[in-house]
Unconditional design. Sequence first.
Length: 538
Amino acid sequence: MRCKFKISDRILAALLFSFLGFNLNAQPLLSTYETNNYVSFQQYIYNTDSLFHTSVRPYMIPELKAAFNYDSVMDLYSFRKLKGKPVGESVFNKNVIRFKKGDFGFTIDPLFDFSLGSEKLSGENTWTNTRGILVEGYVGENFAFSTRFYENQALFPGYIQHYINTRYVVPGQGDARAFGEAVDYSSASGYISYTPGRHFNFQLGHGKNFFGDGYRSLMLSDHAIYYPYFRINSSIWRFKYVNMWAQFNQPDNGIDPGMNTYPVKYGAFHYLSFKGGKNWNLSLFESVIWQAIDSTGYRGFDFNYLNPMVFYRPVEHTLSSPDNVFMGVNLAISAHEWFNFYTQFVIDEFRFSELKAGNGWMGNKYAWQTGFKSFNLFGIPKLFLQGEYNMVRPYMYAHYLTTQSYSHYYEPLAYSFGANTFEYLILAKYNFKRLFINAKYNSATFGLDQGSENYGKNFFLNYRDYANEYGNYIGQGLTTSLQQLDASLSFLVNPATNMNIYVGYTWREESNAVETNTYSWISFGFRTSLRNLYYDFY
């Protein structure tokens, strides 16, 4: 395995946020970014009486508290008999270390993931050894901070190890280094959050963001590893407006292999969410990616994209710029208190005349998502069901300047399958008190490149080096199907850090005309789950 481990920005982030320094929920902290935690309160923010902007994640805890009785919902997972008992509270109900004095307070918790598993068909064992720390706190009512650090060693099942070997990164977590047959990796994230008044919030962080209501996002997802960003959230009347600027890296594009730095690129994002009524929410999205160094020399951060109110496409044309611009729309409809519909449409490039002709022109690059969420299905409390369809045209997210692809390191910033794919997935979740049952099935069809031909899935390639200008369709190339079933049973030990004991099972099959690969993986462990880890990709 070839390894390039760039730790400087992670250490800097950890130091920046950790030097700053019962219940921290009144301060502008972000909610725990993990799917099970979100499901616990999604039924309250998606119902027909809510004016919550559901598609801007991670959510801010003060906004959740304003939308419903957040403390009461979270208290449902507490062991009531242990309340008031310091040791029992720290182990089963609250943060391990809690400190509060005047208008200053913080909490400290260990982070870990200790697991063992077996890939049944190959007979190979798997394991994870993760240790970390989480520090969160506040100064006054308007300022909050959070930092976390993970150090990991792991031996993954074959399909994940293949991803690591070809991309040199552990999915969504960090740069990979060889550790015998296993891998070693670390990551740090954190933010400082300042809310000077009721209408604005400012965040400086090293982390992830997500725009959309789905399991996936075709706009900006949390699939890639952490990145530095600055974000402004503006909330006025029924509008929520997000301005974000971020720095990304693009490995191995003309870089000296002996160097430990990667070419830098920047991104600017606008996301305007309008809650027009209690049962619908319409959002507009635009983003632009540009490289720090181009043919004219060092360009750096382009201050033309700093204006929070400007449209990026006209600016791009004014600058005679080759920057990579995306535009999209997101719609969520609460049809009933137990049923919600959502859809998302994103355009990279588009010619209406070519689309009308129906000739499969390669330059018509767009993606579409539609799905639903259902809460308390069949009248069963805590039963959650979600279905979703994603469709991404060939060459989507790619650019003729490969350093400006919609990516960070070797991972996509949006859809985890890249392009040239359509996918169906369904998720079911149920919990009874502290017992959680999760199941997810997804089926995807996509086209892989054959030889030196670019059929449009790999968005790291120059899309002008296409196999065919016309006649393109989803799944072209080496048509491949993927099916994956994930199921888990977990017991929640402590809701403060989502500490849980779990057993999980994954079955996966990849098949095309060349080969068929099947995996059957069972694992169990003890962990704190405060991040979304996606292992359903290709």
